[in-house]
Structures are given as C-alpha cells and as structure tokens.
Design a protein around this ligand. Sequence first.
Ligand SMILES: [Zn+2]
Length: 487
Amino acid sequence: MGPCAGMPLFLHDSASRGNVPFAPVDPERVRIYTCGPTVYRYAHIGNLRTYLLTDLLVRSLRILGFGTFTVQNITDMGHMQHERLEAGEDKVIAAARAAGKSAGEIARFFTEAFFRDGARMAFLPADVYPRASEHVPEMIALVSALEDRGAVYGEGGYLYFDVTKAPGYGIFSGAGLGEAEPAERTDEAIHRHKRRPEDFTLWMPAEPGREFQWESRWGRGWPGWHIECAAMAVKYLGPEFDVHVGGIDLRFPHHENSRAVVATATGKRFATVWVHAAHLLVDGKKMSKSAGNEYTLDDLAAAPRPGRKGFSPADFRYYSLTLHYSSPMNFTWDGQEAAARARSRLQAAFRRGALQATSGEVAAAALRAEFLDAISDDLNMPRALAVAHKAVRSGIGGDVARSLAAEWDAVLAVGLLSEADGGSEVDGVRAGEAEKTPVEVVSMARERDTLRAAGDYAGADALRGRIRAAGYDVVDAGVEPSRLVKR
Ligand SMILES: [Zn+2]
C-alpha cells in the first residue's frame, strides 16, 4: 500500500522552524531514530509523553500508507557522574549498589521496566533497541573518523570535539559560538582542556571503580553521550535518515552535537526532519524526586478515585492526546480525571453504536477524511479525538461504528471498543495482563502484526510458532492488533 494520495503529511521541523511536507527517501521504509531511556530509574509520565510522540508518528505513518523502521537506543553505561542527575537518583543507584547489584544488573532491570511500561502504554515496539554498551567499537570508529577530519583535540585521556569544524553548528541553539550556555559543567576535570564552552567530550578516561570501560588507542575509557546516539543512528539508519524524535530538552546540546559529529565525519546531513515533544509539568511545576511529583504509571494506577480504580495507562494516553505534542502539558489530577471520563464516554458511545443497525455510511467517508486530515496536520491528535467524538454524535451504527473505531484506534490506541468501566484495555492487551504477559511475547506479537501488515505471512507464521512455544496463542482481529491468549 502506498501513501494516501492527496493527503500530504506535514511535520513541524525544529531545525528549519517550520511545518514541512514530509517526503521520505523510501515511503515503504521511513527511517526514524528516537532517543531512548537512560536505564537507571523508572520512566515517569514526562518520559512516557515523549516516547508517545514516536508511537503516534509511527502509527500515523502506517495509517497514511507508509512503512516504518524505528530505532530507539538504550543508554545503559553510566553517565552517572557526568549527566546532570538529581541527587535522589544517585541515591537510587547507590542503594542498588549497596544491595550488591552491579551497574549492568541495574541497567537490565530498568530496561525491562522500560519495555513493560511501553507495552502498558500500547507503544509499538521499535525495530531495533541498540544498547550503548554493545556499540562502543562503532563509537570509537566514529571518533577516529572525526580525528581524520581534524575535528578532535585533547589531552590526559580526554578527547573533545571542535565545534568550529562542524558544518551548520548552531541550528538548534541559534546562538553564535561563545554565546551558548556551557553544555556540561558538573565535572571540572572534563572541561579543563576545552577551548570553548560548546566543545564537548568524545572520550573520557575511566575513573577508578568504573564498571563500563573500554580499551582504545587514546587509553582506557568510555565514550561521551552525544557520540553514542550518533554512532548507533548511523549504524542502523545510515548517515542520512528521515526523522529524529526526542524531548525538547534534548534539542540542545544533545541533538545539536549528535548532528554535528555525523555531519562532520560523513559530510551527510543526518536527520532530514527533527521533531521534538514539549515538556510535561505537574501542577505547574517541574517534576522532581525531591518534590515527590515524579509520577509513574504505578502512581496513576494507585491514585485514589471515589468508587473507581485508579487511572489506567490508556487514561494517561488519552489525556496526552488532548494536547498537541508541541504544547507543554500541565498534568493535574483533575485534568486526568476529566480525560478518563471523556475516554469512558467515547468508549461507551462506540460500543452502543456498534450494537445498533448499520448506518451512517455517507457520513463515515467525510469523517474518515477529517481524521486523516487531522493527523496529517503535524499529528494533531486533539483534532483527531474531536473527530471521534463527533462521529459518535452523528449517528453512526453497526459495521460503520465498528470499522471506524478499529481504524482510528490503530492510531489513538485508547481502546475505543473495549469495556468502559475497566477502562484499561489497550491494543488488545489489558494493562493488567500486559504486566503478566512477558514483554518479549507482547513484542513478538506486535512484530508479527507488522509482518502480516506487510504481507510476510511466512515470517508471521514463524513468529506465531515462537509465541506458541512461549505459552500463548495469537488471535487475529482484522485490521486491529492481534490479541494474546494464554494457552
Ligand atoms: Zn540521543
């Protein structure tokens, strides 16, 4: 299936600061890189809102007829001293270590938690989840390529990138050299030999006791954060790909710098379009461990609600969809309550409609077009949700109600046709079940859906066999994602 004719997708590109018509190199395989988690803590709802943007992009591209290939890295090798972590987070790591756990074990634990949260939020899995710790040879090779271009200097085991060698440096900061905020200033040693504040670390010597360290011709050490993403993106997507996604806080210096190293080393442009998700605040304040407002999905599930269960991941997903991704979101419990109720009303209306006689075929065509128009307008989910509410008010019934719910939930994934009271069925996997169903089984089921959609039935059958071997059956449901049933 090719992209829908006459329905061009527009995305807001942070680099050119405008809405651009989306024109991927290969519409059958739109290549996307998205910055993943640093796996030393649980994902909070602000992280999840950012990851949701990638999911909405992928789901929208698919309904518009594109194929996708997505890479999301897992930052699993430290940056404990060098990233600006809050004191509370360092304590978590310290406590885990005191309990006799290695940094590697902690990283594996939180990587699993990240996958579990993604399944609960109904995120389609990425095609590749490269671990930074498994790609250090690629990072070293990229630093060598930069050295060949004369863009590296340093001493005492520290290597820095000379940003004056990067074509177009400053596309995100918008600042001239020497004017920008120093990128990293938490560690004195790291800056001692820097020529200018924007220059950044490519390689650092391993401090005593550091678990993750590698041999290189610059000495034993470990790579800087910006070169990590750059090397993994180039490995899986090439030096030029279609879309780079991330939170707005990563735009500078992280994205500025990962773009700079790839452009300098390869002469290629790196990402064509840059899409950034806005901040999430809680009650108007920045989330932090110390303020106790760094909410996770478990906090939402445990929220007291008179006569009801807490909020499901789908309730939070719905809440997030009521705002455009580029608008800052101010999470409040009242707002979450209102969103959960709106979701229940929408579900109930679709279920009632589905039980009635088939009607509204003519209206459905216009509604379909409106929905596609909304998501093509820079993934405008508030408008898409409004179309869904309008549809149930317009008297659609029977097959029309069922097919619209199925089509739109392929993007919204808020359980349009599931039980309104339990309120947590998303993507065929109830949130509670998603916790019990092993993440690799859920992941295989979603991968199989992708293969089926692409017509690779042999591949899909092979995965069905592996899912059966893991103790689950998959039940296909038309265009909807398949369901998992324990054998
Ligand atoms: Zn990144």
